[in-house]
Design a protein around this ligand. Structure first.
Ligand code: ADP
Ligand code: ZN
Length: 433
């Protein structure tokens, strides 16, 4: 078990002293070794020596995803290429990939933070970790792998796909922890059921699930179908991969490993730093990374931060479950909405299966959203009227909860594509016309 109490339970003042020391080091580092940052600092008239308190953070410039793309592939590395031992890239969900280069020390840091995540979820050396995150350039597979190895747990590096085989191995190897995306966890459960295997009866007890937004009600759905405690893990390639933050069994926010990653929440429109509890964009500064060292990186992810101590004993701040990416926010007739909010309502509906997608279209110049949701086959064998009534009920539920009028279309089981990794929730048909 890797619960690094020295850092995870550090008194805040001590933690802040450490953060400041590290912040000074990284500003020096990027100023000296990354021409992009030297230029940016100069343009802003700020120099590493200007950083004398954590409050000085707002003097530093932000770094954006498009800047990282401009530096493709190695332009922003803060270490010489000869020191890089591994590359990863973002999955390119929203465009050209971003490259992360890791030094040997970075891989050690990465192992430490993902080991902390797994430990936080209750993993020990005795656990058999069924790691169904994709192995390869995607950070999920190897990131978890390194952490599991540091704990001394037994890893099954199964990666995503071949779901029947996944279920068979889970049963035969008696896996105790499942690591994958929440949508893939549900797919595994679905395939197991078809194979006549009840996952709830297997030794599997915890899921460390992340890499995509998932709602509270989706958690309940996963927990009951798999018979596990499902905990959220957050990370992004640009910063390190998985291992930035992890939910503890209190299920009330994800502890962010602040000794390695310095968080801020900003107003995404103005860049202004927001206070504790206010919703905005998460910004991260890497405090210990070498290969890719980022200053005030704008993650594009929406959350809030909570500095109150947690009952688990960790003093590390918690970020609220990520609502979604700013890019994924829909504005429908003036209502701002994230797919995860719609999901949360859908998963309350008894007849709903946990598979849905959102279709965005433009009709007569207005954006219209249709929710496609799977339901049991039995409902379709009833009268058509029953289906229509249920569709109406769901639309009403969404309107009452979110103030948003949407169309609802119930579809037969297995109509919506299953994903091995990140689920694609939104189909934007507006650009096709
Ligand atoms: P890409 O941006 O191409 O998907 P990554 O694989 O690095 O590249 O994914 C990181 C992103 O995935 C995060 O910025 C965030 O939007 C999303 N993400 C990761 N973990 C979570 C999580 N636990 N909850 C919600 N979103 C998450
Ligand atoms: Zn906690």
């Amino acid at each position: 078990m890797i619960w690094n109490k020295k850092y995870e339970c550090m008194p805040r003042q001590e933690l802040e002293t450490l953060q400041l020391k590290r912040l000074k080091e990284v500003t020096q580092r990027v100023y000296q070794s990354v021409p992009f940052y030297k230029q940016k600092f100069k343009e802003r008239g700020v120099y590493p020596d200007d950083i004398n308190s954590l409050k000085d953070l707002d003097k530093l410039p932000f770094t954006t995803k498009s800047e990282l793309r401009e530096g493709y592939p190695f332009g922003l590395f803060a270490s010489p290429l000869k020191e890089i031992v591994e590359f990863h890239t973002s999955s390119g969900t929203t465009g050209k990939p971003v490259v992360d280069g890791y030094t040997h020390k970075d891989i050690i840091t990465w192992s430490e933070v993902t080991a902390r995540c797994l430990s936080c979820a209750g993993a020990t050396a005795k656990d058999i970790i069924h790691n169904a995150y994709g192995y390869g350039l995607f950070t999920g597979g190897l990131g978890i792998h390194y952490g599991a190895r540091l704990i001394g747990a037994k890893t099954i590096p199964i990666s995503g796909g071949q779901t029947t085989r996944q279920v068979m191995m889970m049963q035969d190897f008696k896996s105790t922890i499942l690591t994958c995306t929440p949508s893939y966890a549900l797919h595994i459960a679905e395939v197991a059921k078809e194979m006549g295997i009840d996952l709830r009866k297997l030794p599997l007890r915890v899921g460390v699930l992340g890499a995509e937004p998932w709602s509270e009600n989706m958690r309940k759905e996963i927990e009951s179908r798999l018979g596990i405690t499902a905990l959220d893990i957050y990370g992004l390639t640009e910063i390190i991969g998985p291992g930035v933050a992890q939910e503890c069994p209190e299920k009330n926010g994800l502890h962010i490993f602040e000794d390695h990653f310095l968080p801020e929440i900003i107003n995404p429109e103005t860049g202004e730093i927001l206070g504790e509890g206010e919703e905005g964009e998460l910004v991260l500064t890497t405090l210990t990374r070498e290969g890719t060292t980022l200053i005030r990186y704008r993650t594009g992810d929406i959350s809030r931060i909570n500095y109150q101590p947690c009952r688990c004993g960790r003093t590390l701040a918690r970020i609220e479950k990520i609502k979604g990416r700013i890019d994924d926010m829909l504005i429908i007739r003036g209502v701002n909405i994230f797919p995860s909010q719609i999901e949360d309502v859908l998963m309350r509906i008894e007849e709903a299966e946990p598979h849905y997608q959102l279709i965005l279209e433009r009709k007569k110049g207005l954006d219209e959203l249709t929710v496609e949701l799977e339901t049991s086959a039995a409902i379709f064998s009833d009268e058509v009227r029953k289906v229509e009534e249920l569709e109406k009920k769901i639309a009403q539920e969404i309107e009452e909860t979110l103030g948003l009028r949407v169309g609802v279309r119930l579809v037969e089981p297995k109509t919506i594509q299953r994903s091995m990794g990140k689920a694609k929730r939104l189909i934007d048909k507006r650009k096709l016309k």
